[in-house]
Each structure stands twice: as structure tokens, then as C-alpha cells.
Design a protein around this ligand. Sequence first.
Ligand code: SF4
Ligand code: SF4
Length: 196
Amino acid sequence: MPNDTAGVTVTGFKAEVERRGRFRLSDCYQCGKCSAGCPMADYMDYLPHQIVRMCQLGEDSLREKVLRSRTIWLCVSCETCSTRCPKDFNIAHLMDVLREMSLKEGMQHPDSANIIAFHKTFKNSIERTGRLNEFPLAVGYKLRSFDLFSDVMKFPKMLTAGKLRFIPHKIKGMDSIKRIFERCEARTKMKKRGKK
Ligand code: SF4
Ligand code: SF4
């Protein structure tokens, strides 16, 4: 079980987040520099340092607020917060951990549907071709998000500018990409088995 900086045993939500993220939440001393620099802060329901604080407190009611928050889905993983943090606390990674937990427990914020659709399409493109191919990415996202026509007028302009390739282009090192995905899958299976 994880210990905090004072050697006290940590349990519950806080311990779960620390175990998954392999960091100490108590490293954050709530200076707020992360939130001051976050480009998405204006659209979030809780600021990044508030998310850290709720995880530090670790109460069950806060667990639900965090995992159901819009903030964790609006984070674009730009790492500005982690770069600005005087304590080197990796908030971008914390957001990853919380997104994973939220998804696993079916607690994702309703506004996250299109974001999740984009994540899945992005991942599929990398898995199949090793890179982002704009045309399949756009089509995949549109189908997943049921938003077929909103950007249709941009299509001819992008086509004439050579921004859309109909045939996806594969990178040379596809073996390495395949191995990365296999290892991730094996790790996920191992984690699931460990839970049983
Ligand atoms: S910048 Fe670092 S120490 Fe300051 S509130 Fe954010 S995470 Fe905590
Ligand atoms: S990584 Fe996320 S929380 Fe951090 S500054 Fe970027 S958008 Fe904000």
C-alpha cells in the first residue's frame, strides 16, 4: 500500500490514483501555477489544481466528482501544467489515469462522447498505418460521432490543397508499431487478471 511523504499509509481513492499513476499526490502544494497556464482552463468544470486537491483528499464523494468531471476529457495533454509545476508533478499523466478510471467505471461526462470517438479513431489510424491519415481519420471520426455533415464545405478546399489522401500511407516500421500495441494489450490483460 502506498505511503505519503510523512510515512502515513494511504488508502481509498487517493491510493488507487497513486498506484495507477506511480506518483505522490502529496507532492502538490496547491500553488495553482498549473491552472494559471492551462489553455483549456476556461472551459473546465474544475481547474487542474482543484482536480489534484480532490484526489489528495480522496473522499468517495470527490472520487465521483473527479471521475464524472468534464475537465479530465477537455485536457489536451499539452503538458504545460507539468512543465510549469515547481514540484515536477505530472498533471498531464494524472489526467490520463483519471480518464482511464472514468472509462472503466462508465462514469464519463456526457460531453466526452465526441472526444472518445476521436481518441478511438486516432488510435486505430496509428495501429493500422503507424501515422495519422487525414481522410480515414475524418471519415472514422464522423461515423463514430454521428456528425456527418458539419464540416462538409471544407472538403473541396482540403482536397485541392492536397490535404486529403484517399489511400492511407503506411510507415516503414510497422513491425515496431505492432509490437507496441501487442505489449499494451498484454499489459491490459495482465492488469485485468491481477484484479480477479
Ligand atoms: S503547479 Fe504543481 S504544485 Fe502547483 S498546484 Fe499545480 S500540481 Fe500542484
Ligand atoms: S496537459 Fe491538460 S491540464 Fe495540463 S495544461 Fe495541458 S490541457 Fe491543461
